[in-house]
Each structure stands twice: as structure tokens, then as C-alpha cells.
Design a protein around this ligand. Structure first.
Ligand SMILES: [Zn+2]
Length: 311
């Protein structure tokens, strides 16, 4: 049993322009650090397949997917980038990258549920947790984690899965998709107030939203999560865990003002691995969301992966 690592060269093709923090170099930084530390030896590498539209439409409306495909194919043909909102820009390579990102999450779910890997990490972009059922937002097009969670429920027949989101920003897109779906328990924390300024009032009883004030540090955050997340996860007994793994709550990340360090990501991962061991046959699929300080991102992903891989 091993930790599967999904990525694809086409995830680098999505480029929102010079100076945009959600850049292809994020994946290079992660890959370089894994090789430099030798952690790559503990992982089973896989090329991500493309998601099918049917898989994506388990989390998004058919109208949204159709319209986005038309825009993305037009942009690919013309070669001219187009901004769908001030933060979210379609370029010629975006369609292929977005299909690989969602496809990674689906394939990782298949791999873990087949018992070929204990858990999996998807080093992919574009990220997904701000993408709602029918809107792009905040660097996100397809909600990779929601697509994977629905795949586990609708295709593999699981009855209960947990989605855990530790990105510094509220996963409003995931909440939009899963709120009210009682097969899913979503636990998140996020800096509040901060973009997208939502989440303080949860949209469903299956949502455990934990707003955190700016400048909170790891020690304090651990106590809050222990009290707010853990009892709900234990009670829910998820059969599989999906993680929206954003690393922008790191103290070196300029997009948020929280004070986490690598040891905090290690602790969060350990707590989730323990829940998965008790209830979910150790099954976890984790997908990269944010994290924009390249060095802090690479070190934090490594801390997360060391716990997943048990090395
Ligand atoms: Zn974020």
C-alpha cells in the first residue's frame, strides 16, 4: 500500500499572466522539493487522465459546463486570454488543464477505492473550491474535490463522505454544491473576514464552518479544530475523506493573514489520518487548492505528504 501522487504536465498550460499568484511555477516548486528531499521515492506517481463531462456534471450544471467549454475552446482557437471575472482568466491551455485537474481527483478516488493505494494527493491546477455549481470564481473553474466526492457517492455507492477544507479562503463553491447533501459532511476553517467574505453563516446542517480571525496562530487553531471538527467527524463516521488542501494559511503566504507553519499542516493531516483509520479504511484523497508562497507551499505539501505516506 502506498500514497498515490497524481499530476499532469498539462496542468502547467493554464497561465493567467505574468504576476498572477496562481501560476504554473507552483507545481514546479512542489515537484522540485519532493525530489530534493527524496520524498518522491515514497510516492507512486500517476499521470492524471482527463475528466469526462459526465463526471464534472455531478457537481456542476450542464448549462455551465457547456458554456465554459464553448468559451475555453474559443479562447484556445483564438489564442487570446479572456477574463471571466477579475481573478479568473481563461487562456489557451485552460480547458486541458481543468480537465486534468478534475480527472486527477476522480482517478485518485478510483485508485484508493480499488485498494491499490491507501491515500492519494493530486498536485493539480487550476484549483477548485471557489467554483460553484454554475459560476467560475477566485482562480477556479471545476470543483475538483466536489466532483470526486460525488463520484465516490454516485458511482462507487459510498453512503457518507467527508470534505475537509483547510485553505485560508472559505470554500464557497464547495459549500454551494454540497450544502443540503446529507451524504456529505463538510468541515472547513477560513480566515474571516477575507475573500470571498462568505461562510460565517453555514448554508446547511451538513456544514461545519469555522471562521478564524486574522493573525491566529497554529496552537490556537489546533484547539479550535479539535473542538469544532473532531466531534462532528467522529459522529459522522465518513467512509472516505476528501481534502481541499490549500496551504495559503501559512504565515509566509501573502494572500492571507493566518500564522500556520509546516508543523500545523502535519498536525491537521495526522488528525485526519486518524479519523480515516478509525472509520474509512484509511481512504483519503487530497487535492491542492491555494498556496502562493512557492517555498512555503512546497514545504507544507511535503509535511502533508509525509504524514499521508507514513514516512
Ligand atoms: Zn485560498
Amino acid at each position: 500500500m502506498s500514497t498515490a501522487f497524481y499530476t499532469h504536465a498539462e496542468c502547467r498550460l493554464h497561465d493567467m499572466g505574468a504576476g498572477h499568484p496562481e501560476c504554473p511555477q507552483r507545481l514546479d516548486a512542489i515537484g522540485d522539493h519532493l525530489r530534493a528531499t527524496g520524498l518522491d521515492m515514497a510516492l507512486a506517481f500517476h499521470d492524471a487522465p482527463q475528466a469526462t463531462l459526465e463526471q464534472i456534471e455531478r457537481a456542476h450544471t450542464v448549462g455551465y459546463v457547456t458554456q465554459l467549454r464553448e468559451v475555453m475552446e474559443q479562447v484556445a482557437a483564438e489564442g487570446q486570454p479572456r477574463a471571466l471575472d477579475p481573478d479568473t482568466i481563461v487562456g489557451p491551455g485552460t480547458w486541458r488543464a481543468a480537465l486534468r485537474a478534475a480527472g486527477a481527483a476522480v482517478a485518485a478516488t478510483d485508485e484508493v477505492l480499488a485498494g491499490r493505494a491507501e491515500n492519494a494527493f493530486c498536485a493539480v491546477r487550476p484549483p477548485g473550491h471557489h467554483a460553484t455549481r454554475d459560476e467560475t470564481m477566485g482562480f477556479c473553474f471545476f470543483n475538483n474535490v466536489a466532483v470526486a466526492a460525488r463520484h465516490a457517492l454516485d458511482v462507487h455507492g459510498l453512503q457518507r463522505v467527508a470534505v475537509i477544507d483547510f485553505d485560508v479562503h472559505h470554500g464557497n463553491g464547495t459549500e454551494d454544491i454540497v450544502a443540503g447533501d446529507e451524504r456529505i459532511l463538510m468541515c472547513s476553517f477560513f480566515q474571516h473576514p477575507l475573500y470571498p467574505y462568505s461562510g460565517a453563516v453555514p448554508k446547511g446542517t451538513n456544514m461545519v464552518n469555522v471562521p478564524i480571525p486574522p493573525y491566529t496562530r497554529g496552537g490556537e487553531l489546533r484547539e479550535i479544530l479539535e473542538a469544532m471538527w473532531m466531534p462532528r467527524l467522529e459522529e459522522f463516521k465518513p467512509q472516505m475523506l476528501f481534502i481541499s488542501a490549500g496551504f495559503d494559511a501559512h504565515r509566509e503566504d501573502d494572500l492571507g493573514q493566518l500564522g500556520l507553519v509546516e508543523a500545523d499542516y502535519e498536525w491537521i493531516t495526522q488528525r485526519l489520518v486518524a479519523v480515516a483509520a478509525r472509520h474509512a479504511q484509511r481512504r483519503i484523497v487530497s487535492c491542492l487548492e491555494g498556496g502562493y508562497s512557492l517555498s512555503a507551499l512546497a514545504r507544507s505539501v511535503a509535511a502533508h505528504l509525509r504524514v499521508l505516506a507514513g514516512v
